[in-house]
Design a protein around this ligand. Structure first.
Ligand code: 0X9
Ligand code: ZN
Length: 434
């Protein structure tokens, strides 16, 4: 009897220990494995018929996320495809062997590296840059926003534009593009008359890393992590912050999920997460003419609506702006970014940034899904060498959006009704939130 009690006690502590342990160690994801297969045209052909979650291509092999509840590895065996289990390669210890050459995530920023570089930008260009802390993540990290403008410490009567990066943790390139945009603007202010003109006539806000907890988790623990790090209950972590905005939030279960384990879990309530609250609060203080939210991958430019396939009232304008941006990118690098309304072009989403910005504030808002086009070209895993090319090709589109905002602002006639309407809508949002 005594022995049994001792055994129960040991069992209790073992269970307790195991339930505390997962957040401290790389997540093994009992329900997923990463496998790789040799990349040959025969294998590609067979894979195309299999509806598997293709992750990346590297050194002549294709990497696949195997979801055990859905994917049966015997499918591969039946098709005579030899595979190798690679799950352990995705631990941070081996990460540098993958496509990253230096440091834990190479030329990509960790939270700390980004913080250091943002502080340095402000120190080096104090007349053009202010670093704002617009919120704290669940794990206490700062959510930073760079404001770039002449007379940067003043609130001027000028157009405002917003660029956001990294809603999704594993989308590392989406941090680099907005960060490099900020760096480019301040470093070229003195020498490039167009840049000077844009910076002088607008207030540019850049939030390069909206999901710092998620990014850190992706860098140090599990490269494939997407959501933030909200604890949802035993074994379940994370809210998809691009499903947490308060416009058509939870409209259906296709565009987002009520299931806490889902990759597109929308959270318990709109704006339940500090990251989305930070953007919400920034919108209450500023008046944005336009925004771009960077994601990857797919190489497309998307605009609302995402929650429905119906066109938004601003469809013609948004489509024209997206076409212009796509053309600018194409003339820069030759790469084609398709464009279209999010819900019809890609898939349905509800509670995303762009639907909310348009739905509540009437702000033209774009999701740019950065390269590559698909999993076979690398998926979420852009090489370090790609950072600069992807930034360079996106630069003309970002400058266009700033320019468009300045022109649109100048032609806007302030009307009392519009202001009242705007105030009413923002109060509605707040009421709903509380
Ligand atoms: O699903 C998302 O939040 C975005 N794609 S990602 O692969 N980066 O996660 C797309 C959001 C754009 N909206 C719609 N497709 N409706
Ligand atoms: Zn994304």
């Amino acid at each position: 009897m005594k022995r049994k009690r001792a055994f129960n006690l040991i069992l209790f502590f073992l269970i307790l220990f195991c339930s505390i342990l997962p957040p401290l160690f790389p997540q093994t994801y009992a329900d997923t494995d990463i496998i790789s297969v040799e990349k040959t045209s025969q294998v590609i052909k067979k894979l195309q018929e299999m509806d598997l979650d293709l992750l990346m291509e590297w050194k002549g092999r294709i990497y696949i996320v195997l979801h055990h509840e859905r994917d049966d590895p015997s499918k591969l065996e039946q098709s005579q495809i030899a595979y190798r289990v690679e799950t352990s390669n995705f631990y941070p210890f081996n990460q540098k062997d993958i496509s990253i050459q230096s440091g834990v995530n190479g030329d990509y920023h960790t939270y700390q590296e980004l913080e250091r570089d943002l502080v340095a930008l402000e120190e080096n260009y104090p007349h053009l840059v202010r670093l704002h802390d617009i919120g704290k993540s669940l794990e206490g990290r700062n959510i930073y926003a760079l404001k770039i403008s002449d007379n940067v410490s003043l609130d001027e009567n000028e157009a405002e534009v917003l660029f956001i990066g990294c809603h999704h943790a594993r989308e590392w390139i989406s941090v680099e593009v907005p960060y490099l945009l900020g760096k480019y603007l301040v470093e070229n202010y003195g020498s490039n008359p167009r840049v000077r003109d844009l910076v002088d006539h607008s207030q540019i806000w850049i939030v390069p890393l909206l999901n710092p907890d998620g990014l850190e988790y992706s860098v140090y623990f599990y490269r494939y992590w997407r959501k933030n790090r909200r604890y949802n209950g035993p074994g379940s972590y994370g809210v998809d912050i691009n499903r947490n905005y308060d416009y058509m939030w939870g409209f259906d279960n296709e565009g987002s999920s009520p299931d806490t384990f889902s990759e597109v879990y929308r959270g318990p309530a709109p704006f339940s997460e500090p990251e989305t609250q930070a953007i919400h609060d920034l919108f209450l203080q500023r008046k944005f003419q336009a925004l771009i939210s960077y994601h990857n991958y797919s190489q497309v430019i998307l605009y609302p609506w995402g929650y429905t396939t119906e066109p938004s009232p601003k469809d013609a304008l948004l489509s024209e702006m997206a076409r212009n941006m796509s053309q600018l990118i194409r003339s820069e690098s030759g790469r084609i970014y398709e464009f279209g309304a999010a819900g019809s072009q890609l898939y349905l989403t509800n509670g995303d940034t762009t639907d909310w910005a348009l739905g509540i504030y009437d702000t033209p808002a774009f999701t740019i899904e950065l390269p590559p086009i698909d999993e076979l070209q690398g998926g979420f895993f852009n090489a370090e060498e790609d950072i600069s090319t992807i930034f360079q090709e996106n630069l003309p589109a970002a400058l266009y959006l700033i320019e468009w905002s300045i022109q649109n602002y100048a032609s806007e006639i302030p009307s009392p009704e519009k202001e009242a309407d705007h105030k009413e809508k923002t109060t509605q949002t707040r009421t709903f939130k509380n």
